[in-house]
Design a protein. Sequence first.
Length: 367
Amino acid sequence: MHIDMPTRYDVERLAAARDPHSVTVYLSTSSVPADSEKNQTRARVLFGTAIDQLREAGGKEPVAAIETFLNELLEAPEFWFDMGRSLAIFATPSSVLEFRLPNELEEHVSVTDRFAITPLLRALTFPNAALVLAISQNGARLVEVSADRPAEEITVPGMPSDAASAVGLDSIGGRAPSGRLQGDEGRKVRLTQYARAVDHALRPLLNGQSLPLVIAATEPLRSIYRNLAGYAHLASEVIEGNPDDLTSAQLADAARGVLDRIYAADLVALQTTFEERRTNGRASTDLSDLARAAAFGAVATLVVDMDAEVKGSVGDDGVLSLDSDTGQDAIEEIARRALGSGARVLAVRRSDMPENVQAAGILRYTI
């Protein structure tokens, strides 16, 4: 399965983009290579819907440019051979951007002056995917984990074969050639050198990634690696036990449990903070209040129902206008403005929302 996870910068850039011919397409895809033609066929139907909408809006040259971009994707078999669980495509007459996502998203086609970003926020909030680093003194493995596909070990160029070879010795125990390091002290120094070599091998591959990295290791190597790892998305929980005894499938099963607990704990923490802040006016579920707070840069964290839609717009003064003819989604407009001011924005299912509301915000200050 191929995953192209968007970064926060990607989402902010898409949220801020404006073009009268902005096409957004989300479609569910199969990550099984044999289903590549089915993926293409469904995409062709949705692309056709988008082109029809563009033609209704008028403008032959912009329509032709976007149609060319979409046809180029359809005519690239290798692109459809390696999919995630969903595909997101954002096209204008001058550019096209696509992400292969680990979440299964509902089909969506829109043609307006801005991109639809809420489904993308869902993928960024809970990616349902992770990487596992199984590391011991006998070697290290990087395993890709998805929600429902078999685990896959990833080849990492330059990965040390084991701790001893990483430090140029036959064994990491005993005395160093200089005679200065021995016993536990010498072993920890060599394990640190080994862990740093593993981290350096991983960095080019992890660069630009935002998936959680779950460590499977025993002490002291577990703590040694955690203390020097250069990856920003290292999971706080680890997989216990000797990773040498675990298959890739077993590591993936354990990682899925870690992900579930990370997400559940995050939602509980948000709920607790929301209730605490609401008592002093620093949290709200009222869309008018949230629109005003987002416009003034007062939103610290915004949580929205990924399936909710409220037709309307938000002015630069923060005034919420509910209008079914606007062609905009007021909740998404609140999310755009919150993103633009550096807020954390999450898209979750209605059952995970505080009091089952459409949106809830934790504010930096009262408004």
